[in-house]
Design a protein around this ligand. Sequence first.
Ligand code: SF4
Length: 193
Amino acid sequence: MADCNQKGLSLINLLIPPKIKEIKISEVLPCLTSSERIRIVGSTDESLSDLLPILYLYLPQSTYSRQSDSVSFMYEEHLITVFGAGKITVSNLKDRDEARRVLEYVRDLLNRASIYLSQCGNPPQELVDSKPKVSPLELNKFLPKKDCGKCGVFTCYGFAVKLALGECNPNDCPYLKGEEAKKLRKKIHTIQI
Ligand code: SF4
């Protein structure tokens, strides 16, 4: 299940129109942590419930609440919550431009999850219930330990922390190629989308 037809997914990605065409900003509110920042509520007309388990399995540090039908995760310094009814909240934003950029990231994730769903179906409940924890210490073992900064982070361990948060990609390290990068991706994402 975790490797469901990945080669096919990238081809189909080019052929299928995206499920989520737009996420509109429906509310702009003051951020709870800083008066200089804003939080926003975004909305789409699509139901997202079926995509939530897929997002949860793909995003390493996310949390999934069946009760509130939502998945929450951090991206950069923003707490993002995606609700099954089509609402998306994002905190700690500088302005609307930053909000639009972050919502584009969420839209891309949702569209990739939608392609996964159409190709692989709903992930089994056991997989959702047994998602392994991703530890930066564990990921660091796979890194080259050169501390060269070419990935945009000063140290390999710093890069491992960002990988564990799902904020960067093994390919951002120029020394990680082919099988090594693939192995690391499997450690980070329970499923690939
Ligand atoms: S580019 Fe690779 S080797 Fe260099 S610091 Fe980043 S993870 Fe370490």
